[in-house]
Write a protein that binds this ligand. Structure first.
Ligand code: SAM
Length: 213
């Protein structure tokens, strides 16, 4: 996962000039760095504040996250949800789930979040809900499958945000099956008249998609 696709000094400048996340999320970052393998999986301030901003603007009631890890992005989105909103988080790592729950218990937004252990594709088959907002951030091999299923479940006007759509720049010269999945998904989104999207070069790339019909 690329940390700096844009010039590192520019990335630092953007970081320093973006409002800080709440203290609990700063603590979550430190605890993730200390206790969990692969702390770089956590999306961080620029992506987290983008998600919080989009959620605050759209106030989604029914939310889905695919790939929760230690709960940073889930809590960022939950900031913008109404108090009776519900977020389903799909996650396969029991240790990450246990860790995230300790922070959800301490957050004023934690009660909005329900975690479902298991492979997201299996979990999606069990869900019967119309989605207002989704964040897709788990195994890239299945990105197109996730996107298509989530698009079906999204109401017109709903948002889908996909992380790592630049895939460390590998989308420019795809070499592996996973690179091809991301290229094909980005191509389909841009070509689909049923959605509007903006492809942001924030960190490793965020594709923000709005279902039109
Ligand atoms: C990049 S991390 C998510 C980071 C998180 N969204 C954040 O921003 O803090 C991806 C997570 O997806 C989980 N994952 C991988 N394959 C999965 C699958 N098939 N179903 C659900 N979760 C999966 C991993 O265990 C990992 O915690």
């Amino acid at each position: 996962m690329a940390e700096f696709l844009v010039n590192e000094a520019i990335e630092d400048y953007a970081f320093l000039n973006t409002g800080a996340e709440p203290e609990l999320l700063q603590e979550l970052i430190d605890a993730t760095n200390e206790n969990m393998g692969w702390p770089q999986k956590l999306s961080g301030r620029l992506v987290g504040r983008t998600l919080a901003m989009l959620a605050k603007l759209t106030q989604p009631k029914n939310v889905l996250e695919i790939g929760m890890f230690t709960g940073y992005s889930a809590l960022s989105i939950a900031e913008g949800m109404p108090d009776d909103g519900k977020m389903i988080c799909c996650e396969t790592n029991p240790r990450a789930i246990e860790f995230a729950k300790t922070f959800f218990e301490r957050s004023p937004h934690g009660h909005k979040i329900e975690v479902i252990f298991g492979r997201a594709l299996d979990t999606l088959e069990t869900l019967d809900m119309e989605l207002d907002f989704s964040f897709i951030d788990a195994d890239k091999r299945n990105y197109l499958n996730y996107y298509e299923k989530v698009l079906e479940m999204t109401r017109p006007g709903g948002l889908i945000v996909l992380d790592n759509v630049l895939w460390s720049g590998k989308v420019l010269q795809p070499e592996s099956e996973i690179d091809d999945v991301l290229v094909e998904m980005n191509r389909r989104i841009a070509a689909d008249d049923n959605v509007e999207n903006v492809f942001l070069t924030v960190r490793d790339g965020l594709n923000v998609v709005r279902k039109v019909r």
